[in-house]
Write a protein that binds this ligand. Structure first.
Ligand SMILES: Cc1ncc(COP(=O)(O)O)c(C=O)c1O
Length: 476
């Protein structure tokens, strides 16, 4: 297929960079110069430059232009010790609440909780839709959206899943108050207190908190930083321990950002089906793939209704609307009954607003910009960390989402770093929060969902200095 004009220009600029005609740190010709000398429109140039930025070759500095980035030091986090753990009760550190709370403190740099900067959410569009829905149906706020929730909301989610190759009928979906609400429902209909759930390690601490709240035990399967969990180990765990359910995030896990291939997804679903164990998936980051193409959920490979898919729009559209969904497979009736008996379902306003947004072209347009932003920002964080943190620091290589998992030299205590960073106005997530074992003491997770700024750059440098001080002290 013939290249488009902007792709030709991007390829030419890429050659200039790879041949060292323009070196790392140097500025590319300005947008106007490129438009004049190549006889193409300004839009074509901007498009070409965005493509190079997306590939991590250049970076834009506001009011200054586009600069060439240096070659990335290849440095992934090391695979964990490949051992399965025995069933263990979950005890999440109380630090979790301070990591969440710091989101509300404007003076603290929010690198702890996985939250996008408010400026990156389509707040104007959503507020316009809220006004429209309220104007047209002033009586709506006087109603419940009883389980399974607003039909049009579920129909739009069903259409979106279908667009990417997964068929789940609107009647097989339940609207929830976010992904955690969906996960909690999925766990409660499949497990009872004292049961054991199989999870990947490191694991998002919100899920650990939910497991603790339901008094469930866990077996942790080590997740490789690129390849994710190993199926042989999953099988061994299923054989060895009385596992009642599994929870996995096959599309851009948190904190590693790994992506499971379709073959592996199919094999995982088959493995759980063979052992007659329900499989819960958290698909909250699926829309944030750096490759653009949305990966399929485990649900796409489920023929027995044994996969329960949970997601929400908190990471893409609005955390404040609290709209999520659950595709519970054969647990549908149980989920609806439990939801009726617990929360009576979510709010109709948020569901209708989200339905309208999903039906509009704005959603896809917004996602394109957001995906690009996330990939550029994660890459930028990674380079920064590798350049300034103590020698031996490694970073994950996420394929989607907006968190970075950082391995510090052994001996650097992430809880101590967390405390010192908070004193210095920076919130981070210490690695100890991501497991029930003390496996990730020298790891931290950084939220890259912010807009790059001088304050952010200075904050990262301060964090690097604190990590270096701790590293030096530990080496003495
Ligand atoms: C993997 C994962 N699941 C679920 C959530 C929470 O989703 P929600 O706000 O929709 O409950 C988060 C938030 O950080 C997350 O990272």
């Amino acid at each position: 297929m013939a290249l488009k004009k902007y792709e030709r220009l991007a390829a030419e600029l890429e050659r200039q960079i790879s041949s060292n005609l323009v070196k790392p740190g140097e500025r590319l010709s300005s947008v106007r110069e490129l438009s004049r000398t190549r006889r193409v429109g300004l839009n074509t140039v901007v498009h070409a430059l965005s493509l190079l930025e997306e590939r991590g070759l250049i970076v834009s500095r506001p009011q200054s232009g586009f600069y060439v980035l240096g070659p990335r030091v290849p440095s992934g986090v090391k695979p964990p010790a490949a051992r399965l753990t025995l069933p263990k009760e979950v005890q999440v550190s109380e630090l979790v609440s301070t990591v969440f709370e710091s989101v509300h403190h404007r003076e603290v740099l929010p690198l702890g909780a996985a939250c996008l900067d408010e400026a990156l959410y389509p707040c104007e569009d959503i507020n316009r839709l809220v006004r429209g829905v309220v104007r047209e149906q002033p009586e709506l706020v006087g109603r419940y959206a009883l389980p399974p929730g607003d039909f049009e909301y579920r129909r739009q989610i069903s259409r979106r899943l279908e667009k990417f190759g997964t068929f789940v009928a609107p009647d097989e979906l339940v609207a929830t108050g976010g992904a955690m609400d969906a996960l909690s429902l999925a766990l409660r209909v499949t497990c009872s207190p004292g049961d054991t759930v199989l999870i990947a390690s490191p694991q998002y601490f919100g899920i650990l908190q939910a497991l603790q709240g339901l008094r469930l035990k866990v077996v942790e399967v080590p997740a490789h930083p690129i390849e994710d969990i190993r199926l042989e180990q999953v099988e061994e765990a299923l054989r060895r321990s009385p596992i009642t359910a599994g929870i996995f995030t096959p599309n851009f896990s948190n904190p590693l950002g790994t992506l499971m291939g379709d073959e592996k997804k199919a094999a995982l679903v088959e493995l759980f089906a063979r052992h007659e164990v329900p499989l819960i998936e958290d698909d909250i980051y699926a829309e944030l793939s750096y490759q653009g193409l949305q990966p399929r959920p485990l649900k796409a490979f489920d023929t027995r209704g044994a996969v329960l898919t949970c997601s929400s729009f908190a990471k893409t559209v609005s955390p404040g609307l609290k709209v999520g969904w659950l595709a519970p497979g054969r647990y549908l009736e149980k989920v609806k009954a439990l939801q009726l008996a617990s929360t009576m379902g979510g709010g109709p306003l948020g569901q209708q607003v989200m339905a309208r947004y999903l039906a509009s072209k704005d959603y896809e347009r917004h996602l394109r910009v957001l995906r690009l932003h996330c990939s550029v920002q994660v890459e930028r964080f990674s380079r920064h960390v590798l350049a300034h943190f103590p020698e031996g620091t490694r970073t994950s290589q996420p394929k989607g989402g907006f968190v970075l998992w950082v391995e510090l030299p052994r001996g650097v205590d992430s809880v101590e770093l967390y405390r010192r960073a908070l004193d210095s106005g920076i919130s981070i997530s210490p690695g100890t929060l991501f497991s029930t074992r003390d496996l990730f003491r020298h790891f931290i997770r950084l939220n890259c969902g912010n807009v790059w700024s001088e304050a952010l750059e200075q904050g990262l440098l301060r964090l690097a200095r604190l990590a270096t001080q701790l590293h030096k002290a530990s080496a003495r």
